[in-house]
Write a protein that binds this ligand. Structure first.
Ligand SMILES: Nc1nc2c(ncn2[C@@H]2O[C@H](COP(=O)(O)OP(=O)(O)OP(=O)(O)O)[C@@H](O)[C@H]2O)c(=O)[nH]1
Ligand SMILES: [Mg+2]
Length: 331
């Protein structure tokens, strides 16, 4: 067993061993694979899991007998530093946010129920890109299973409400639907003790949209008070741009990621090309991201930045990096 697998890997592996449903096992195996750092030390494990996965997939497609199921529009591969999905009731401004902050162009309209399918786009946060996905409005009458599968796999859920139209009711409806689908906001994790069902805890951030002016600010203050600070949330206005920078900062923080830059010996650091790693990653994990062989072959490294005691400090592969560090690998 390779060392340095992240704790989430073992958490998912435990669920995988307990799962009895084939589709769930496949899903968990894919999740496990996504958590394994890519370097020489994990080659065997990755190959083994890939073998297991393709075996399971082929036996499950044989079980489905005739033809393979069409892939869902919601099977959206993760791109960039994280996958963020916006959900909410009709007309709250989900598509407006994606249209204004990404390269995608979903339809925006005054009429409710405008969006019928998911639209991913890439949003710039300083020098990284995050995937932001627009979705159709949630509706208790019709639960789209594939949408909830996407929510169970994503890195962050943005629950958008319209401050100018019963935000408490909207939030209640969305949270109830998520809970019915076993998706629980991370900050409520400790309150939920359900030993019999698999619970998916996800970071959630509530966006109180259409907070355009001072009058809306007052409504937001009441909304926040009624919820008793229960949930991480921010007031925004897609229309005026209010707090969009704060939203980006919150997304960055919630994704628990950091940027590390590589520097070849004798050259300048590539400051326009950050490597994005989970917070707490070591030099070894960074090396594996730069090149598969480097994690195995590196001897030591020199570090500039917050994690270094002084500029150019020589460190070992176990050294824990911090956001903004520059690393020169010594091979
Ligand atoms: N006043 C105000 N209007 C906004 C804001 N953001 C979006 N809107 C308007 O709200 C309406 C609905 O916006 P959409 O982005 O289509 O909403 P949606 O949540 O995608 O709607 P569905 O696809 O039906 O679920 C449009 O008329 C937008 O111009 C905002 O910050 N303030
Ligand atoms: Mg829409």
């Amino acid at each position: 067993m390779p060392t340095n697998l992240p704790p989430e890997y073992y958490k998912i592996e435990k669920l995988y061993k307990e799962a009895t449903d084939q589709a769930e096992k496949i899903e968990l195996l894919e999740e496990m694979m996504s958590k394994i750092p890519k370097h020489k030390g994990t080659d065997h494990l990755r190959a083994d899991l890939r073998r297991r996965l393709s075996k399971m997939k082929s036996s499950s497609s044989q079980a489905k007998k005739r033809g393979s199921r069409q892939t869902s529009a919601y099977s959206i591969g993760k791109e960039g530093a994280g996958q963020v999905v916006i959900v909410g009731t009709p007309n709250v401004g989900k598509s407006s946010l994606v249209a204004s902050q990404t390269n995608a162009d979903p339809e925006v309209s005054q009429a409710p129920f405008t969006t019928w399918g998911p639209t991913p786009g890439m949003m710039k946060i300083e020098n990284i890109q995050v995937q932001l996905i627009d979705t159709p409005p949630l509706n208790p009458e019709y639960v789209e299973a594939d949408l909830f599968n996407l929510l169970r796999k994503c890195d962050l859920i943005l629950v958008m409400v319209d401050l100018q139209a019963d935000p408490i009711d909207q939030l209640g409806m969305v949270m109830d639907l998520l809970a019915q689908q076993r998706i629980i906001p991370e900050h409520l994790e400790e309150q939920i003790q359900d030993e019999f069902r698999r619970i998916f805890t996800k970071p959630c951030l509530v966006l109180a949209n259409k907070c355009d002016d001072e009058q809306d600010e007052e409504v937001y203050a009441i909304f926040q008070e009624l919820l008793e600070g229960d949930c991480p949330m921010i007031p925004i206005s897609v229309k005026t741009g209010r707090n969009i920078d704060l939203l980006k900062q919150k997304i960055f923080e919630t994704l628990q990621i950091m940027r590390v830059f590589s520097q070849a010996p004798g050259e300048k650091a590539k400051l326009h090309l950050p490597f994005v790693l989970p917070i707490g990653s070591t030099v070894e994990t960074f090396a594996g991201k730069v090149h598969q062989d480097f994690a195995e072959n590196m001897k030591s490294a020199r570090v500039w930045g917050k994690s270094a005691a002084f500029d150019g400090q020589t460190v070992s592969r176990e050294h824990v990096l911090q956001d903004g560090d520059i690393v020169e690998l010594i091979i």
